[in-house]
Design a protein around this ligand. Structure first.
Ligand code: FAD
Ligand code: DHB
Length: 389
């Protein structure tokens, strides 16, 4: 079988790229190891930058997001018993939308299938070949049969644990990383929202985040030991911890409800460079990971594939290779900005077990600065809503 672009992974990066290519008349095939039901139900990100929304709308897959997502013009930082609003729109002229990643996935899968796009689910043993030649290919098995997909280019959009990154020779790759000594405990709750805006709380017991999904489902997170087990956390223990961390002295109370999902995620910062080798290009989590505090991961995946779609449009429609050649450099400029912001937000808001009293005072001084200086608040807001695409 032959196509123009072979894409490994049907996450936001792979699906959106396939759709953007289709809109430019370029063919692709997506190979995905999980089932459609699995990719459409995995709970992950929630915050979309304005640039991400614009790309989804321009690609014709934004209708449900505009209808069901919620536009947020500010966020709150809570510390020292008080909440402080960062007015994103007043400071930057832009806003963010809360709309779950698996809903974006559903919209993209529906759009791909409606346009007769090919997504092969439940593939196994995926391997990448001959990317240093003009005729690369991907081998995989599906339903016990072995297949070879020939393509002009191969895109590794298979997430952090995928095989694409390691298909690049170790001699050409440099990895930069930092693992944090904590994780996030995430829950989904049946209740009305407790707050109109997201609350990022710094507390001596650890970080907590009040987010939302809809008028009836809420998403809450709190800092935990990454090796902890969800079974150690009864609903009562979770609520006690969240109340202690997020409530402020103005009498505001977190609404409780039925907890219907619990999970723990690790936190890391990671960049692999370059993001291309021969005819293999990496996009999204396959090439870089940020800790979730800045809400940047999915947005970076979208920014990467937007660059790739422009580069392929130039290659196939106008015969130029400059944008493809410049991909790593263009993508990494945004990636490193987001890496810094995500690391900074994480450092600002989490409890570090080994922090000295001196470091704790510095953290508080920085929080006070962010909520009292327009320049500092603008820095946070500009990064949070996302640099222009
Ligand atoms: P993925 O979504 O990981 O998709 C990769 C796909 O490839 C998967 O479907 C996988 O099954 C498939 N695959 C893997 N290996 C293979 C293989 N060998 N062969 C074939 N297929 C394979 N980001 C934000 O922007 N905002 C947020 O608010 C936010 N919050 C988050 C909260 C949590 C709890 C978590 C975990 C993440 C959050 N993120 C957030 C990050 C965001 O979810 C990721 O950055 C995003 O999913 C990256 O998309 P991707 O397409 O690059 O990779
Ligand atoms: C959500 C996740 C984040 O990482 C974040 O910073 C804000 C919101 C969420 O899942 O709603």
């Amino acid at each position: 079988m032959k196509t123009q672009i072979a894409i490994i992974g049907a996450g936001p990066a792979g699906l959106l790229l396939s759709h953007l290519l289709h809109l430019n008349g370029i063919e692709s095939v997506i190979l995905e190891s999980r089932t459609r039901a699995e990719i459409e139900s995995t709970i992950r990100a929630g915050v979309l930058e304005q640039g991400t929304m614009d790309v989804l709308c321009e690609a014709g897959v934004g209708a449900r997001m505009l209808k069901e997502g919620t536009l947020h013009h500010g966020i709150e930082l809570a510390f020292g018993g008080r909440r402080h609003r960062i007015d994103l729109t007043e400071l930057t002229g832009r806003a963010i939308t809360v709309y779950a990643q698996h809903e974006v996935i559903k919209d993209l899968v529906a759009a791909r299938l409606a346009a007769r796009g090919e997504i092969r689910f439940e593939v196994r043993d995926v391997s990448v070949h001959d990317v240093e030649s003009d005729a690369p290919s991907v081998r995989y098995t599906c339903g016990g049969e072995t297949y070879r997909l020939e393509a002009d280019f191969v895109i590794g959009a298979d997430g952090f644990h995928g095989i694409s990154r390691s298909s690049m020779p170790a001699s050409v790759r440099s990895d930069y990383q930092r693992t944090y000594p904590f994780g996030w405990f995430g829950i989904l709750v049946e209740s009305a929202p407790s707050s109109d805006e997201l609350i990022y709380a710094q507390h001596e017991r650890g970080f907590a985040l009040v987010s939302t999904r809809s008028a009836t489902v809420q998403r809450l997170y709190f800092q935990c030991d990454p090796k902890d087990d969800v079974d150690n956390w009864s609903d009562d223990r979770i609520w006690a911890e969240l109340h202690a961390r997020v409530e402020t002295s103005d009498g505001w109370k977190l609404k409780e409800g039925k907890i219907f999902q619990k999970n723990i995620i690790g936190m890391r910062s990671f960049v692999s460079a370059p993001m291309q080798h021969g005819r293999l290009f990496l996009a999204g989590d396959a090439a870089h990971i940020v800790p979730p505090t800045g809400a940047k991961g999915m947005n970076l995946a979208v920014a990467d594939v937007r660059l790739l779609s422009l580069a392929f449009e130039q290659f196939y429609r106008r015969g130029g290779q400059e944008l493809l050649a410049a991909y790593t450099q263009s993508a990494l400029a945004r990636v490193w900005r987001a890496e810094h912001f995500s690391w900074w937000m994480t450092s600002l808001l989490h409890r570090f077990e080994d922090a000295t009293p001196f470091q704790q005072q510095l953290q508080r001084a920085e929080l006070e600065y962010v909520v009292s200086s327009r320049a500092a608040a603008t820095t946070l807001a500009e990064n949070y809503v996302g640099m222009p695409f």
